[in-house]
Write a protein that binds this ligand. Structure first.
Ligand SMILES: Cc1cc2nc3c(=O)[nH]c(=O)nc-3n(C[C@H](O)[C@H](O)[C@H](O)COP(=O)(O)OP(=O)(O)OC[C@H]3O[C@@H](n4cnc5c(N)ncnc54)[C@H](O)[C@@H]3O)c2cc1C
Length: 290
């Protein structure tokens, strides 16, 4: 049973953040409703005001520029990202991730801003975007700020967003030359959320040495986890099968997975080792083709 609420529909971002400021402790924003309505039905969230961002077309965009990189407005749907030719060309890992996120129905309605703000540890976009060094732009009636997506996540379903702020945009820098990215989730039901997931971005130099590596684990803790020990295994070296396997072992050491109805923590650690090894190899092969 959903608690009664007053529905507010702003026409602009300015109106939306003003409404939020007016009702800050008694309201929530809604966009696609694919996560929020579930928790409202369960009675876990009960608010007096719901501010609907879905119609804010000024936040519905995909922009790409070779120097500035990619900008995704918060109300852009998963389906629009999946189908974007410019994303497929420049960030194919994002296309592949979206193709396996939920069903077409959910992707048609759910938005990138809602997904990131919901801060579900099993969400797919966050690990991939963090491995691509993404930033998130937040706005309130007091102004705007930009922070790294990695720092945005503070705890399970918790973010660094203040109660009067909304997500405005996701920013992804252009990839350096000879960079490759890969993402894989292990799921029990096709296109469902992952039991665990691993996102990798690596860069090679002309001599075939790994100059940068970002490995991000999904659903391996309460927030997306940078596997920094695994990254250290790779940076400064010419990568080999032995190093791919060592990175997998190190990534498991960086993880902190729970046991739940889907999998034990031991099984999750095993998956992290295997997926990290495979995704580093996949990303490395791609980097060396570029
Ligand atoms: C059947 C099903 C399967 C799913 N499978 C997957 C999956 O495999 N992988 C995956 O990653 N996700 C999955 N999801 C989750 C889905 O991707 C998200 O629910 C969706 O992207 C959230 O976007 P939304 O616009 O619907 O957010 P909403 O449900 O409207 O909002 C979610 C939360 O974000 C807040 N919010 C929304 N927009 C903003 C904003 N602009 N600024 C600040 N806060 C905001 C809301 O207040 C709320 O707390 C699944 C969902 C369903 C129903």
């Amino acid at each position: 049973m959903i608690h009664d609420f007053t529905y507010l529909k702003p026409g602009t971002v300015k109106e939306a953040v003003a409404m939020l400021a007016d009702h800050v402790d008694e309201c929530k924003v809604i966009c696609g409703g694919q996560s929020l309505l579930i928790v409202m039905r369960q009675g876990l969230v009960a608010v007096d005001y719901l501010i609907d961002l879905k119609g804010l077309n000024e936040l519905n965009y995909i922009k790409y520029d070779e120097k500035a990189g990619l900008k995704l407005g918060a109300t852009t749907t998963h389906r629009a990202i999946e189908k974007s030719a410019v994303i497929k060309k420049n960030y194919p890992v994002l296309t592949a991730m979206e193709e396996r996120l939920a069903s077409i129905q959910v992707r048609n309605w759910g938005t990138i801003g809602g997904n990131l703000a919901h801060a579900d540890a099993a969400g797919d976009p966050a690990p991939v975007l963090i491995s691509l060094d993404a930033k998130i732009k937040l706005g309130s009636s007091k102004g705007e700020r930009v922070m790294s997506l990695e720092e945005f996540y503070t705890d399970l379903f918790e973010t660094a967003m203040e109660h009067d702020e909304i997500v405005l945009e996701v920013q992804v820098p252009p990839a350096a030359p000879k960079t490759g990215s890969a993402y894989k989730k292990f799921n029990l039901i096709e296109n469902d959320q992952g039991v665990v997931a691993v996102a990798v971005t690596v860069t090679a130099d002309k001599a075939g040495v790994c100059t940068d590596a970002k490995i991000v684990l999904g659903n391996a803790g309460v927030v997306p986890i940078r596997a920094k020990s695994a990254e250290k295994v790779l940076i400064g070296k010419k990568l080999t099968d032995k190093l791919f396997a060592e990175a997998g072992e190190a990534a498991a050491g960086d993880a902190d997975p729970v046991s739940d109805i889907h999998a034990s923590s031991e099984f999750r650690l095993h998956l992290i080792k295997v997926l990290t090894k495979r995704m580093v190899k996949q990303a490395w092969d791609q980097a060396n083709k570029g």
